[in-house]
Design a protein around this ligand. Sequence first.
Ligand code: PLP
Length: 481
Amino acid sequence: MLRQDYLNGYDADAIHQRAARVIRDGKRLSQEALETYRAWFDQKCAGSKAAVEEAKRFIPGGIQHNLALNHPFPLDIVRADGPYLCDIDGNQYIDLLNAGGVTILGNNYPPIREAVVRMMEDTGYLTGLYHEYERKLAEKICSCYPSCDKFRMLGSGTEAVMVALRLARAFTGKDQIVKLKGCYDGWSDHIVYDVRTVNTKASFASGIPADTLKNTSAVMINDPEALERRFIENEAKGGTAAFIMEPIGQDSGGVPVRLGYHQEVRRLCDKYGVLLIMDEVVTGFRLGMGGAQETFGVPADITVFGKIIAGGFASAGGVGARDEIMALITPGVSHTAGRTIMLGGTLSANPVSCVAGYTALCELERTRAHEKLETAAEQFARDLTDLANRYEIPAIITHQGSIMQIDVTGFKHIATFREYSEAEIAALRAEGGKRMNEFAMALAAEGVIVAAGNKTFLNLQTIGVLQDALAAYERVFRQMI
Ligand SMILES: Cc1ncc(COP(=O)(O)O)c(C=O)c1O
C-alpha cells in the first residue's frame, strides 16, 4: 500500500519550479563522452546494428514497437531473464524499462511461465470459446477495484480506451470527450489529440480527418477551473460524455498531479454528469492492487486496464465499470434497445493471456511486491538525488510507487510553462529530446535500459541490482557538463 506522505507529497509546484531550473541550467554529456558511447555501440553492438538493418528491408524503420527506438540504433534482445535483458552481442543490461511497465514481477517470471505452459499442455492456446480463467481474471480484477462490478477483456490498452469512450458516449448520450494535455491514452483516432507523434514534432498524427477530433479537446493538468470552463463550453455542444486522465499525470507521471486535483475532478464530473475514465493502463496493479483509485481514494466511472493484467502476454487490455454501464456491452447481456455498443476481438481473453494475467495478479499479492517495490523505489530515488546533487546535475527525480521519472532535461514540463512561445517550446523540445536520447544511450552503454531516457520502472527482480544501476548512473553523471 502506498504511503500518503509521498503521494503528491512531493509537491507538484516544487517540481514545476525544479523543472524550470532543469530546462534552464540542465547539463548534457560532453562531446568526448558522446563519441565514446557512440563508438561503444558501434563496436559492442554490431550484431544488433546488422540485425536491425536487415529488418529494415521488411519492417518500417526496422522495429515494430515505439519502445524499441533506442538511440543510436535499436538493440536485438535475445534473452530476458529476471532483472536483465541480454542482446545478440552478449551485452547484459539491467531492465528498468519493464516492457513499458508490464513485467513488474521480473522477466520470464517462472510462476507465469509455468502456468502458461500448463495451460497449453492441458487446454491449448486458443479455443475461441469460454474457459474458466476468463472468469478468474475478471473476478480478481473486480475484487481489487470496487468501482468495477464487471470487466471485459480486450486486445490492448488502446482498444480499451476506444471501448471506454464508446461506452461513455452510449451511456450519457453525449459526444464530447475531454482529456489532459500531453497525456497518452493510446493511439486511437479520437484520442490522439495533443500528443506528439513519435519521433516527430507533429502534435497529432496525420491520417485522422479533422472532423474526427471535433469532439475531443484537452485541458491543462492541475487546473480544475479550466476543466470546469471546458465542461460549461461543451454544454452548448450537447455536453461532455467523459473526462479521461492518466491518474498520475502526463506520460506516467512526468508532470505529476497536484494534491486534491483528483477530488476536484470527481466533483466536477458529478456536477456536469460527465463520466470519469481513469486510464490505469500503467498504474493498474502497478501502484498497488487497487491501482490509482485506491491510492488516491477517488473512484472512476470507467477504468481502462492494460499491461500487467495479461502478465506479459498479448490481449493486455480491458475495461471495468459498474453494472449499469457494463450492461451496454454485448454479447450475453439482455440489451437495452439501441444503446448497446459494438466491440470484438478474435484473440481477446485467450486462455494464455488470462492465465498469465491471473497468475501475475496472484503473485503480486503473494510476494507483497508493491510494498517491496515502493521501499526500493523510494531508496533509489533518494540515492539518485544525492548522486545528482553531488555532481551538481539539475534533475527531476520522482517516483509514484515503482514508476519513476529520472529527468535531466525537463522535457515533459516544457509545455507547462506559459511564458514560452510556441516556437520556443518547439525548440526546447527538440533540444530536450536530443539530450534525453543521448542520456538513454549513455545509460544503455553503462548497462541500464530505461524508457525514453527518463521514464523508469522497477520490477521485483531489479530490486537486488539497484546498486549496480546506481553505479551506472554515476558513471554517466560524471561525464555531464
Ligand atoms: C496510459 C496509457 N494508456 C494507454 C496506452 C495504450 O496501451 P497499448 O499500448 O496496450 O495499446 C498506454 C501505452 O503505453 C499508456 O501508457
